[in-house]
Design a protein around this ligand. Structure first.
Ligand code: FEO
Ligand code: CA
Ligand code: CA
Length: 618
């Protein structure tokens, strides 16, 4: 088998290969257990008002429901190197890897050699991911992550995918992080407003402030920053979020892959839990001592946080909010408790890791100061009980026996101490805009099962290749409540290949099959958009699913319909809408072939999708 690189895999998948979890110990009646769970879904569908979720999964009784209540005609599975959107819709790239933010960099991208070091902080980064659109002084400003780079694409062929000089490291550092850019419809569709004062690149080296309880503690002090309050850069920015006060939240995910060791030593237990190893993916440690665990063992403690960026102020310094915990953050979904406290739902994307919730001590209402709202509060971790109840377990010095800074830096260890439920890789969390409920995509978990990671009701299938979406409804319709009820909105699967639990829940059918749900966002009409990052071989267990895709789910009926398919090789990740909701902006990450240009290197891009009749799209 040929060696898999980040050209073949998403960064998530690559990190899994580098850092495998303990092997499954035994096969454990997977079919029986999961089928009984499907039975539970069926019960909910049949129940009237008595069931916890009432009308959940309607149409899921006997026949597998076909989507009916959508404004679009679902598209077929895609297998080629193109984008498919429904009849009556159109698309075009908004911005591609290497497109200019300023006039100086205009047309500087080369189909053969990519982006030059000189232009690398003046153009759109690679591998687009989470994004949000903000209205700032009448302008539309998008903040969007560049999760990682493909060194094979960015570096000269002779480098064979490993940087050889400090300059090559610098190029890779500059192609990642965050892009803030003004966009506008100039009459020929949406594009970047070149030279807008809002346009900004934030990279692996941009100065940031560390805020919250960990700032200034020994965990984060380094030789270069003896105060432990000033960090350079943000790493592996995956999902995103937005605050109620109009700032951007970018989430540091697989930061571990950027650190290495220039000499040998034993890893600490915390380093092991966080996947920190002897050699990095990008060889940063050979050219920048910050990334060498031998000389700077605390530097990784300065990553793995949620970072707040003000898109309205290009001179502002991003802040890393340590109160929200350190782990492999997917996204940050903000909601509000009934009493006005700020709630942030957070997933830790690794097999067997947890779902978290942060609750501020202070309250907020429109126009009030935001100081302290993301630095003074309590972090909780979720337990999903088999009886479909659940609770948020507070992580405090009393519950964990750890100091507050320690339990935030090593949140995974704290979560284990209080008995959190191991999940099938928590990806994006989306809170319903009109109802008090939240959804989390559990993308897949090949290692689920056996003693090391036994199945549980919310993660009921061993060797789970397909994934599921769990949702919870807080007690008293209050995101601030410590108890909730939960169910599974969908279990992905393949009903053509399987007749057991791997067929998926009844709202999965031959016309909407998918695997590995990842990105998720609600639109203004309360529909749930689901993006996938999974197996796109279209063979075996995945036959009929085709390429990665974006679907729309109706939370009331459980129906799901396929809206868009990506080019082969790509995942679909990142979604936001124009201010008038007539255009959806969709991220296409790590495409294959020469997409979208048709020649030269493949270019990760954000595309604009609209209805040809220019009515709203969400
Ligand atoms: Fe970068 Fe878990 O997705
Ligand atoms: Ca993701
Ligand atoms: Ca993923």
């Amino acid at each position: 088998m040929t060696k898999k690189t980040t050209l073949d895999l998403s960064w998530d998948e690559f990190d899994e290969l580098r850092d495998p979890r303990p092997a499954r110990q035994q096969f454990d009646e997977v079919v029986d257990r999961a089928i009984s769970r499907r039975g539970f879904l069926g019960v909910l569908a049949v129940g009237s008002g008595a069931a916890v979720f009432g009308s959940a999964l309607l149409g899921a009784t006997s026949a597998r429901a076909q989507a009916a209540a959508f404004k679009f005609e679902p598209v077929a599975a895609g297998t080629g190197f193109e984008i498919q959107v429904p009849k009556g819709y159109a698309w075009k790239p908004l911005v591609r890897w290497g497109d200019a933010l300023v006039t100086e960099a205009k047309d500087s991208f080369s189909a053969e050699t990519g982006v030059s070091l000189a232009m690398s902080d003046k153009v759109f980064g690679e591998n687009t991911d989470g994004m949000e659109l903000f209205e700032v002084a009448g302008k539309q400003v998008i903040a969007v992550n560049s999760e990682y780079v493909n060194p094979e694409i960015n570096l000269p062929v002779e480098a064979e995918g490993t940087p050889r000089t400090a300059e090559e490291v610098q190029l890779l550092k500059n192609m990642q992080g965050v892009t803030v850019m003004e966009v506008a419809d100039t009459g020929a569709g949406y594009g970047i407003v070149l030279d807008s004062p809002y346009n900004r690149r934030i990279t692996n080296d941009t100065p940031m402030t560390l805020g919250g309880p960990v700032a200034g503690t020994d965990f984060v002090k380094t030789a270069a920053d003896p105060d432990g309050r000033a960090v350079l850069g943000t790493l592996n920015n995956c999902g995103s979020g937005r605050t109620l006060w109009g700032t951007y939240l970018t989430c540091e995910e697989n930061f571990n892959g950027y650190f290495g060791m220039t000499a040998e030593r034993e890893q600490t237990p915390a380093e092991k839990r966080y996947g920190l190893k002897g050699e990095s993916q990008y060889a940063y440690e050979k050219f920048d001592a910050r990334f060498d665990l031998i000389t700077n063992p605390n530097e990784p403690n300065r990553f793995g946080w949620v970072v707040e960026i003000n898109p309205a102020d290009p001179k502002s310094t991003p802040v890393k909010h340590t109160a929200l915990g350190r782990f492999k953050h997917e996204n940050a979904e903000m909601a509000q408790a009934k009493d006005g406290r700020i709630v942030v739902y957070l997933g830790d994307d690794e097999r067997g890791e947890f779902i978290y919730r942060y609750v501020s001590n202070g309250t907020w209402a429109e126009g009030q100061p935001t100081e302290g709202l993301l630095s003074d509060g309590t972090l909780y971790v979720a337990r999903f009980n088999d009886d479909m109840s659940g609770e948020w377990l507070a992580l405090t010095p009393e519950t964990t026996g750890m100091t507050l800074p320690e339990l935030l830096v090593h949140a995974r260890l704290a979560g284990t101490k209080v008995g959190a439920t191991t999940m099938d890789r928590p990806e994006w969390i989306a809170a319903h805009p009109a109802k008090c409920e939240a959804y989390c995509a559990l993308t897949n978990n090949s290692k689920r099962g056996g003693e090391a990671m036994p199945t549980n009701a919310a993660n009921p299938r061993e060797a789970n290749e397909f994934g599921q979406i769990v949702r919870w409804r807080p007690e008293g319709e209050d995101h601030g409540a410590d108890k909730f009820a939960w169910d599974l909105y969908v279990m992905a699967g393949n009903p053509n290949v399987h007749k057991d639990a791997f067929a998926g829940s009844p709202n999965v059918n031959a016309g909407n099959m998918f695997n590995s749900p990842d990105g998720m966002a609600f639109d203004s009409e309360g529909m749930l958009w689901i993006q996938t990052d999974g197996e796109d071989s279209n063979e075996g267990n995945f036959a009929g699913m085709g390429n990665n895709q974006m679907l729309v789910g109706n939370p009331e009926t459980g129906e799901i319909a396929r809206f868009l398919t990506a080019p082969n090789g790509a995942e679909v990740t990142g979604l936001c809408w124009s201010a008038d909701k007539k255009v959806a902006f969709v991220g296409i990450q790590h495409p294959g072939g020469s997409w979208p240009d048709g020649n030269g290197k493949p270019r990760s891009s954000v595309i604009a999708v609209w209805r040809e009749d220019m009515s709203t799209i969400g």
